[in-house]
Design a binder for this molecule. Structure first.
Ligand code: ATP
Ligand code: MG
Length: 647
């Protein structure tokens, strides 16, 4: 296996660095005094202008690199920008730049000035860490109502708290806010408790880095002045994704010269759930009336058909700034839609297409599969591994095969094959409503009678009549399943065995309100359909979960592996060939958005449209869109965005 050196993770085109800049791009590079807004569509060379501008400041104007602050939003993009700048400078100079994501730059400042406060603290990253902390604090303080909250409710409340913090709404303010929903009410109650709990146990979260830095600068005029004198130029890429707290901090740092260059595309604002708001980029010239505005009108990245597809889609958004954008390239490029029967066929066809491209000489690293949610990625990853094609995949969530619903299902199947599988039986005890005591009693009896525990369970004296009946039914069902094809066995277990009912009652739903469990059962069922026997199916799952572990640690060379990543992570990047699976209602636009729409809120739909726009505009030469007729066993409808694109 080949491992790739860390430095080359980022992926952006560099081959065109020798191409001359467009006169307007050149103008943007040379406008270095005062505030500057560069507002332009995808692929118009904004990021290239930013790096060229940095190099120009250093090489031609003699600005010391340590006086320039260059900010972007993802670590991948930050790494990329640093590299692009480094290539244009004598060696070593780029290292002195203040370059990175907001979080990395601000955290470094905090550590530098308050090492004792920040060094000792631990970073709260995961949702479950947060709610565990809250649970513990709630128990300590005797907050019964908090203890009664579902994990999902807490997570939802905490995400609202996070958004508030990013909008600089403090706990006391939140308490007096007019709150609209129950979730917001809970958030307002939890907020002070969460802050106190963190402080007490020396934790901090990502939002605290931003808030902490803002307050540090605001409350220490001398320190602020030192920074203002040191930093003479500030540049921010992807400015459409800035939120209030970041913007306020930047304004402090850039004053009083305000050599502040902000770069972005309002059509690509996709982090609304973190408090990002395109109103900051659109309102920039109101905040800085002396600002120059430059717009770039040539898309250098995508072939013309891709550019028009993107614009016909995004034109349906109402709150946006209308742009002119034409493709630099004369070729049309390919925009290709296909309608497979289901997600499995979709995956096979995408992988076939990638294989075909490779045979024609395309580097695998020039192919990317972009997805809205992890569910869309899984069938494709499975096909890629079966075909032996290397890929990069960054997992966003817990492994599919480790999820509780999936594990229960598999244990039922194991038990159907082998009633003696005590480990499997033990795992599904909760779903059978059997207590630990009953289990202990039955275990010794099983040894004495030399029978599978499963067969003894229905006769256990402790059981209530309905339990006994259910246990008997389970025995019959599992016996009947033994020689069934796996999909049929699962139907029996889910319906007659009442596993679906149990799961529905017990499993907590996702913070975004989606019934994830039901998707999971459908997904496993649709995978089962491809196998003739339970044994084959279980062996397949075994292999896949082993693979999945490997996928996460795999580091093939970037050029020799397909990129499989979420649209959110793909922002700012580009690939020759882009594949977009699952352009169906409920996937993109996401089910959550459709719910919002039913409640009469349209802003979420506009953000989904921007998300698709970002996805489309990652492609240089070809774009391939899958519209499966069925997904995880359910009929689908093509995404409304397809007809909006005029296809
Ligand atoms: P996004 O909005 O997606 O972030 P962007 O506006 O930042 O896009 P870049 O990534 O800077 O666009 O540029 C897109 C592509 O166009 C890159 O491959 C870049 O090298 C190329 N490019 C930019 N300007 C020129 C030019 N003047 N001549 C040729 N190619 C160019
Ligand atoms: Mg860019």
């Amino acid at each position: 296996k080949r491992f790739m050196p860390k430095k080359t993770i980022a992926h952006l085109a560099e081959q065109q660095l020798d191409q001359p800049l467009h006169p307007t791009q050149q103008q943007a590079v040379q406008t270095t005094d005062g505030p500057l807004l560069i507002l332009a569509g995808a692929g118009s060379g904004k990021t290239r202008v930013m790096t060229a501008r940095t190099a120009h400041l250093i090489k031609d104007l003699g600005v010391e690199p340590k006086r320039i602050m260059v900010v972007t939003f993802t670590t991948k993009a930050a790494e990329e920008i640093r590299q692009r700048i480094a290539r244009q400078l004598p060696s070593g100079q780029a290292r002195e730049l203040i370059a990175g994501t907001f979080h990395s730059i601000f955290y470094r400042m905090l550590l530098h000035h308050h090492p004792n406060d920040w060094d000792q603290q631990r970073l709260l990253k995961k949702d479950w860490q947060k709610w565990r902390l809250l649970r513990e604090t709630g128990a300590l303080l005797g907050h019964d109502e908090l203890m009664a909250l579902k994990e999902a409710d807490i997570t939802e409340a905490l995400s609202i708290v996070s958004r508030w913090k990013n909008e600089y709404i403090l706990p006391q303010e939140a308490a007096f806010r007019e709150v609209a929903t129950d979730a917001e009410k809970r958030a307002a109650q939890l907020y002070p408790l969460y802050e106190a709990a963190k402080k007490k146990h020396q934790w901090f979260d990502f939002d605290d880095m931003l808030l902490g830095c803002y307050e540090l600068l605001r409350d220490n005029p001398d320190l602020l002045k030192r920074y203002q004198e040191r930093i003479t130029h500030v540049m921010i890429d992807e400015f459409q994704d800035i939120n209030r707290i970041q913007y306020e901090t930047v304004k402090l740092l850039a004053a009083p010269q305000n050599n502040l260059c902000v770069i972005g595309d309002d059509d690509q604002s996709i982090y609304g759930f973190r408090g990002s708001d395109p109103k900051y980029i659109l309102g920039f010239t109101k905040d800085f009336p002396q600002a120059s505005t430059i717009t770039l009108e040539v898309n250098y990245r995508s072939r013309s058909a891709i550019v028009s597809l993107g614009y016909s889609l995004i034109g349906h958004n109402r709150s946006r700034w209308e742009k002119v954008c034409r493709s630099f390239h004369h070729e049309e490029g390919d925009t290709f839609l296909f309608e497979p029967d289901d997600e499995e066929e979709q995956a096979s066809r995408i992988v076939d297409e990638i294989v075909h491209r490779r045979e024609q000489g395309t580097a695998l690293g020039e192919c990317a599969v972009l997805f809205r949610t992890n569910e869309s990625a899984r069938p494709i990853l499975e096909r890629l591994s079966e075909a032996g094609i290397p890929f990069h995949y960054t997992q966003e969530e817990e492994s599919f095969y480790q999820r509780q619903t999936v594990r229960w299902t598999l244990h039922y199947l194991r038990l159907a094959l082998n009633p003696d599988d005590t480990d499997a039986l033990k795992e599904i005890l909760p779903t059978l409503y059997i207590s630990g005591d009953a289990w202990n009693a039955v275990r010794s009896q099983a040894i004495l009678e030399d029978k599978p525990i499963l067969h003894i369970l229905p006769h256990l004296p402790q059981l209530k009549p309905y339990q006994r009946k259910h246990m008997q039914a389970i025995n019959d069902i599992l016996a009947a399943c033994k020689d069934c094809p796996p999909a049929q066995a699962l139907e029996l277990i889910y319906e007659d065995g009442k596993l679906r009912e149990y799961v529905k009652k017990r499993v907590r739903d996702r913070e975004d309100g989606r019934e994830r469990w039901s998707d999971e059962l459908q997904q496993i069922l649709s995978a089962a359909k491809r196998h003739a026997t339970i044994r084959d199916f279980l062996a397949y799952i075994e292999q896949m979960s082993r693979q999945e572990k490997e996928w996460r640690t795999m580091r093939p060379l970037p050029d020799e592996a397909v990129h499989v990543l979420s649209i959110h992570r793909a922002k700012g990047l580009e690939y020759d060939h882009v594949f977009l699976p699952d352009l169906v209602e409920g996937a993109l636009p996401h089910e959550y958005t459709l719910d919002e729409l039913r409640k009469g809120k349209t802003t979420a739909l506009e953000e989904e449209r921007r998300l698709l726009y970002v996805a489309i505009t990652r492609a240089r030469r070809s774009l391939c869109i899958g519209i499966p007729r069925e997904r995880f066993g359910r009929k689908t409808r093509p995404s409304r965005f397809i007809s909006e694109m005029g296809r």
